[in-house]
Design a binder for this molecule. Structure first.
Ligand code: UDH
Ligand code: NGS
Length: 387
């Protein structure tokens, strides 16, 4: 499995390269200093101190330039500042490549040549499904896509929790399909619907999505994606960080393209199946709005991992404006539940997930799963589960 961009998978290789370079650099600098000053004053501790400072400076510069890991610093140089006044149509140049014959198929390059950066996103017209299908002729049944001109290096499943947001779903499909094709990924979009009118449960739907998606393929990465968030820069690659769960929607327009608070983990997140299982997935017990994403952020830490974040100038998302949803009132127990999350994360999650899969249909643009997820407990709504 190979990461496409700013991952930490090449960290070990880069470290040996860095050591070799540092050694050569040290030797050269020493000779240069000695020649410049015609003295041997740089022997011993002083020389080591100067060199250590220079190295520290070098590492700091590299780290600042990297996006989510050290290796990012060594990768392709990204623009210092993205110009969001110059936007590209998300469908621009998508049919640029003619398909290669099966014998000529090579691995897709580490950086897709189709990336353009800032994407024009607006919600003036709601696209109808027929139009989206027409614009995405190579998407296969179930919302599956695989590049035609190279062998994708990465397989990502996109999981969207859903109920009564059909208009948002159409916007998402219109933008996300070409966006992911620009990244030359092998991907599939899953929409997980909650059956009935009971209280909404986003986190449980995502657990179901993961369970169902893993029956279909060995995904490298799972993207947990709100239906109303549209990415605005195609350099925001839909791949995982191998070491840490990744917060992808770090800059949403509704929060002025900043994090609303330091530990925010809502909207769009990316985890490998291993990371997901290590944190026992998401809690099943958060019924109604709020708190489940904070609990997930806690779980990342309980499971001994950290959150990495897409830099704010790339992790930009436009949110489709909407009013409150029926059946998704604020969960009044959420603050109390959060204080107890460290006690329950090991017993409430993938290992306690129960649902009934009502249907799994392969539509032209996505895999549509509908599940009966049960109801919020009546006598003690939103109570934390028994251990
Ligand atoms: N969702 C649905 N249908 C619903 C509710 C939620 O599909 O009825 C899904 C959808 O993918 C949405 C996600 O769950 O993007 C998260 O929903 P949310 O209501 O938590 O978050 P959203 O960003 O709205 O859509 C935030 C404003 C609500 C504030 C209410 C505070 N009391
Ligand atoms: C926090 C919520 C999160 C929510 C975030 C942003 O207060 O679940 O606001 O909400 N946490 C709690 O309530 C404990 S938003 O402005 O998107 O509606 O994601």
């Amino acid at each position: 499995m190979q990461m496409i961009h700013y991952s930490s998978c090449t960290a070990a290789k880069l470290y040996s390269l860095y050591k070799a370079l540092a050694k050569a650099f040290l030797c050269q600098t020493r000779c240069l200093f000695e020649r410049m000053f015609s003295v041997r004053t740089l022997e011993g501790p002083y020389f080591c101190f100067v060199m250590a400072c220079l190295q520290l400076l070098f590492l700091l510069l590299m780290y600042q330039r990297s996006s989510s890991s050290w290796s990012g610093a060594f990768m392709e140089k990204l623009p210092d500042k993205w110009d969001y006044s110059k936007l590209h149509d998300v469908y621009f140049n998508l049919s640029f490549f003619s398909p290669a014959s099966t014998e000529d198929l090579h691995h897709c390059p580490p950086k897709s040549p189709l990336l353009v950066g800032p994407i024009r996103v607006n919600f003036h017209n709601v696209p109808n499904m027929k139009r989206i299908i027409r614009k995405n002729p190579y998407v296969q049944r179930g919302g599956l896509y695989t590049p035609r001109h190279c062998v994708a290096q990465y397989k990502t499943a996109i999981l969207v929790p859903h109920r009564n947001r059909e208009t948002h779903l159409r916007h998402l499909l219109y933008f996300l399909h070409p966006f992911l094709q620009r990244q030359q990924l092998h991907y599939r979009i899953y929409v997980i619907n909650q059956a009935g009118n009971g209280t909404f449960n986003r986190a449980k739907l995502l657990n179901i999505g993961v369970r169902e998606a893993l029956k279909d393929d060995e995904w490298d990465c799972l993207f947990l994606h709100d239906v109303d968030l549209i990415p605005e820069n195609d350099y925001n690659l839909y791949v995982c960080d191998e070491l840490c769960p990744k917060h992808v929607s770090s800059a949403m327009n509704k929060f002025n393209y900043r994090l609303p608070y330091r530990t925010f983990f809502g909207g769009v997140t990316a985890v490998t199946p291993e990371q997901y299982l290590r944190m026992n997935g998401f809690p099943n017990s958060y019924w109604g709005w709020g708190g489940e994403d904070d609990e997930i952020a806690n779980r990342v830490n309980y499971a001994g991992m950290n959150i990495v974040r897409v830099p704010l100038d790339i992790g930009r998302y436009k949110m489709i404006k909407h009013g409150p949803d029926e059946g998704n009132n604020a969960n009044e127990k959420r603050f109390d539940m959060l204080t107890k999350s460290h006690k329950y994360w090991k017993v409430d999650g993938m290992n306690s997930l129960e649902y009934k899969c009502i249907s799994k249909q392969l539509t032209s643009l996505y895999t549509n799963i509908t599940a009966d997820i049960g109801e919020a407990p009546i006598e003690d709504k939103n109570s934390v589960p028994e251990s």
